[in-house]
Design a protein around this ligand. Structure first.
Ligand SMILES: NC(=O)c1ccc[n+]([C@@H]2O[C@H](COP(=O)([O-])OP(=O)(O)OC[C@H]3O[C@@H](n4cnc5c(N)ncnc54)[C@H](O)[C@@H]3O)[C@@H](O)[C@H]2O)c1
Ligand SMILES: [Zn+2]
Length: 372
């Protein structure tokens, strides 16, 4: 990877345009060069106050010189942004402030801003151009790519949404420097998940782990870039999530989602996924022949992300939440295991096996994990 910024393009089958992905420290400076090639009308930056305060100036400055200075539009911070009401207000404001078909939306923030900003871009005037400018590690390594947009309904998270592919994903890894430690480490769980799904990336992870813990800028950029490239390959082969390949990205998430919900979100998404990855490694050994020595090495790459070191009483009833997983159907749960790094297999599994696997993972790793 070049030191400054690295980029690649991909196109999902059936999509009229390509998505360009640019990752690097200072990448926002590239925005002005790229916007006019996407849309020449009015642009808006959808963000939340805390994110815009930290990183809005760099983004807007990056667009200077293009003649397309984007206007900021703020939504509530965090999950509160993902409501029908916020979406409605956002659409109203975009249109009344002059968004036209030749304009666009830049979503600057974490996965919440990306989801609601993306949905607004897909609905406004039947769809305008979208740029994702993710500022959390979770969004940068995962949610900004793939085209999924969403708001929540009272019955559950992400129940109303569309697929709307961004034209540009611009990751300025400098923005990740201001993330609180816990949010950063939660995002690392998605990075480790991606590395487990890609043989070459997994090999690199063995070298990068320490630098990633220390947030060394080159290591962070490389890990984000590799995560996005892996996801792009999977998404391009299964854009609408119909062919089953995209399910591989769910590695660690069957257990993870259930734990996250059972804990009442006291475990972050990434912390819960880290535990889910450990359970998946145990089960991979038992069901699809992952070598035990390999499983142990991989577990060490993820175990430091599990927090708290002991899963506590709040998560005791987590298996009850398994059946609510979107990836389950009437036949049972579908989970993802690994026969080797980079070799995922989708298998049907019973809640009881998952429960036993997590208990085994806890027995092996609870209390032996140092949490910094
Ligand atoms: N579309 C998808 O494919 C997809 C995939 C996974 C998750 N998601 C969604 O993503 C959301 C979670 O995203 P998230 O974890 O990024 O949460 P988030 O967007 O709520 O951000 C978390 C917090 O981090 C702060 N923050 C953001 N950038 C920062 C920075 N650079 N420095 C300091 N603070 C910063 C925000 O102000 C916010 O309070 C969920 O709603 C989930 O459903 C979507
Ligand atoms: Zn996830």
């Amino acid at each position: 990877m070049p030191a400054a910024s690295a980029s690649f393009r991909f196109r999902s089958p059936g999509e009229p345009s390509e998505t360009e992905v640019v990752v690097g420290a200072g990448a926002f400076a590239d925005l002005g060069r790229r916007l006019p090639g996407i849309a020449q009308g009015r642009w808006f930056v959808v963000s939340s106050r805390p994110v815009f305060r930290r990183h809005g100036a760099a983004l807007v400055a990056g667009a200077a010189g293009s003649g397309l200075d984007p206007d900021p539009l703020l939504v509530p911070d965090g999950e509160k942004a993902k409501s029908w009401e916020v979406l409605g207000r956002l659409l109203q404001t975009l249109v009344s402030r002059g968004l036209k078909r030749d304009g666009g939306v830049i979503a600057l923030g974490g996965g919440t801003v990306g989801d609601v900003g993306g949905l607004a871009a897909s609905l406004a005037l039947r769809g305008v151009a979208l740029v994702q400018a993710p500022t959390t590690l979770l969004a940068a390594s995962d949610s900004a790519l793939g085209g999924k947009t969403a708001v929540d309904l009272t019955t559950g998270k992400n129940l109303a949404g569309t697929f709307h592919q961004p034209r540009l994903i611009l990751v300025d890894t400098k923005t990740l420097a201001t993330l609180p430690g816990r949010a950063y480490r939660s995002g690392l769980a998605e990075v480790v998940k991606s590395a487990f799904l890609d043989r070459v990336f997994h090999k690199r992870l063995e070298t990068l782990t320490h630098d990633l813990e220390e947030r060394e800028p080159g290591a962070v950029s490389e890990a984000v870039y590799r995560s996005l490239r892996l996801k792009a390959r999977v998404v391009a082969s299964d854009p609408g999530e119909r062919r089953g390949r995209r399910v591989f990205l769910n590695l660690g998430h069957t257990v993870g989602h259930a734990l996250e919900t059972a804990s009442g979100h006291r475990l972050t998404h990434g912390e819960a996924v880290a535990w889910g990855l450990l359970a998946a490694l145990v089960l991979s050994e038992q069901r699809v022949g992952l070598r035990p020595s390999r499983a142990r090495d991989m577990a060490h790459q993820v175990a430091f992300l599990c927090r708290p070191p002991r899963l506590d009483a709040s998560t005791r009833y987590w298996p009850a939440f398994l059946s609510h997983d979107k990836k389950s159907d009437r036949m049972g749960l579908v989970g993802v295991l690994l026969s080797a790094p980079g070799r995922p297999v989708a298998v049907r599994m019973e809640a009881a096996e998952l429960e036993a696997a997590l208990l085994e993972a806890q027995k092996r790793y609870n209390g032996r994990i140092t949490w910094r």
